[in-house]
Design a protein around this ligand. Sequence first.
Ligand SMILES: Nc1ncnc2c1ncn2[C@@H]1O[C@H](COP(=O)(O)OP(=O)(O)OP(=O)(O)O)[C@@H](O)[C@H]1O
Length: 209
Amino acid sequence: MPSDMEIVLENAGKRYLREWIFKNLSYTFKKGSSYAITGRNGSGKSTLAAVLSGQLIPSEGTVKHSIDGKVLDEHLVYRHTSLAAPYLELIEEFTLSEMVNFHFSLKSLEIGKSKEDVLPFAWLEDSAQKQVKHLSSGMKQRFKLALSFLSATPLLILDEPTSNLDTNGINWYLERLNSVLQDRLVVICSNQSYEYEMCRNTISIEEFK
Ligand SMILES: Nc1ncnc2c1ncn2[C@@H]1O[C@H](COP(=O)(O)OP(=O)(O)OP(=O)(O)O)[C@@H](O)[C@H]1O
């Protein structure tokens, strides 16, 4: 079972040049709970996801990640985080098998899973020798989600999780999401209620302008 992750934001704000994307955000994110970050296009959902994943540092205020009660060095947050998003690319030249091997040389697999389980989990077992660049957009999204779902990280952030997925893919996503909600801290950035309606908490980023 992944460790216990907590993220505490205190008066956090992020600005690009003169534009404040969000301000005065104080919030605690806890393991075993799930959080939807909602808001219109361009409102700052992905920016907040980048702060939560340790990729961006707030322009004001603080963000503190801790694992099992110990505060993490901000440079180490990425090791404990899985982020799946349409704008994050995989290594396009790799075959899917190579991508699985590479990804899980950096991250541990969920207990009870092996690398051989990853492609069947994503319904991609027939594409093991295909290059990532030759996947369809929906296949690629399932692959990205599968790598995140199966990584034993306490923090799982999904930005626009069902983009490019068809109805079967959306049901696939909902089932797999359900199975990780209890054990991890899950954050979903979305405008589509069906993607996040199982989340216990909703943060409307537009309230923090
Ligand atoms: N690196 C950057 N430099 C300057 N502005 C940026 C940068 N990254 C994002 N922005 C701006 O920050 C604002 C919020 O963008 P963000 O991608 O976080 O929104 P979003 O809510 O995720 O949007 P969408 O629903 O369209 O994905 C936008 O105005 C965007 O142009």
